[in-house]
Design a protein around this ligand. Structure first.
Ligand code: SF4
Length: 313
């Protein structure tokens, strides 16, 4: 990615995305998925918190049904904390990266213990919760507590890389320059209207990246900033930055771990090692290695006699 903050024509010098604000916000008003339940203004902070953790590595259409189940079963942090971590893993279904379910259970427990059963408001308190990184803390601050901090996920990074910086892709990992660009790109002002606009920008630019400015095939002909996009204006130059990470899955330990957790999730009783080995019949060593890693992570526990495995109680 080009790291210089060269700005497109029409941009305010102090805000490299000022020329994008109007069209992106107007597009979101018309096309944003405002029907998503966690975007309902009446959604609780806990609901927003859950949605942000669930959607970090999972598409929203897969998140929504699981989110609804969780909110029905555990409508508050106290409800989840009162249940077992294994039930959280079981109810995670196939969202992937099930460690997130464990961390959510730990976060709910911390909210009950330290914050009166509420999602904390302070950025530092949010960051101190298990499994909460800079992205989740910023998202909950902006979307729930209406604090206008920049929320920077892969979609936001990609839109800013293209529309503002003129690069096809963002860097493989978040850079300081990107964080600064995202902060400088926020609508400013201290009135309630300004603050609402800044928080809406966060979700609007994220949505533009999810629906239009997609990674592989951006739908520029449907984009509200086509005539203002630095990458398009530059003739769509090919990405020339460091190699980007692939999303290898088939045959990886991640896939084997997923199968093991799935087998345990589907069984009300502990499952023997031999039965778990059948989830990946080609390589018993791999199954053993993955089982050991799952136990180490706390996602799986052996029975007292060590003959079988189950989700944590
Ligand atoms: S014009 Fe194309 S590349 Fe530029 S922001 Fe829109 S979708 Fe992305």
């Amino acid at each position: 990615m080009r790291t210089g903050a060269s700005t497109a024509a029409g941009a305010d010098e102090s805000n490299p995305a000022s020329h994008l604000h109007g069209p992106v916000l107007a597009w979101f008003d018309r096309h944003g998925r405002t029907e998503l339940p966690w975007r309902d203004p009446d959604c609780s902070a806990w609901g927003v918190f859950l949605s942000e953790v669930m959607s970090q590595q999972t598409p929203l259409h897969r998140v929504e049904p699981v989110w609804r189940e969780w909110m029905q079963r555990w409508p508050t942090p106290a409800d989840l904390a009162a249940d077992s971590p294994g039930e959280a893993v079981r109810a995670w279904r196939r969202l992937g990266y099930p460690r997130r379910a464990l961390r959510l259970h730990e976060a709910a427990t911390a909210m009950v213990r330290d914050h009166g059963g509420e999602v904390p408001r302070g950025h530092d308190e949010l960051l101190a919760l298990p499994g909460v990184g800079a992205y989740t803390a910023a998202a909950v601050s902006s979307f729930t507590h209406q604090i206008p901090v920049p929320v920077v996920d892969t979609n936001v990074r990609r839109v800013l890389a293209r529309a503002v910086t003129g690069a096809e892709h963002a860097a493989p990992a978040l850079t300081v320059a990107e964080s600064r660009l995202a902060a400088a790109s926020m609508p400013t002002g201290t009135t309630d209207e300004n603050i609402t606009r800044a928080n809406r920008w966060n979700v609007a630019v994220m949505e533009l990246g999810a629906l239009v400015c997609t990674a592989r095939a951006p739908k520029c002909d449907r984009c509200p900033v086509l005539d203002r996009c630095a990458w398009v204006a530059a003739g769509r130059p090919a990405y020339d930055g460091p190699p980007r990470r692939g999303q290898a899955w088939a045959g990886t330990d991640r896939q084997v771990r997923g199968r093991i957790v799935q087998a345990l999730r589907e069984s009300p009783d502990p499952v023997t090692r031999a039965a778990l080995a059948s989830t990946w019949p080609d390589d018993a060593t791999k199954v053993d290695r993955c089982l050991a890693a799952l136990v180490e992570d706390g996602l799986v526990e052996p029975t007292d006699d060590g003959a079988a495995y189950r989700l944590p109680r």
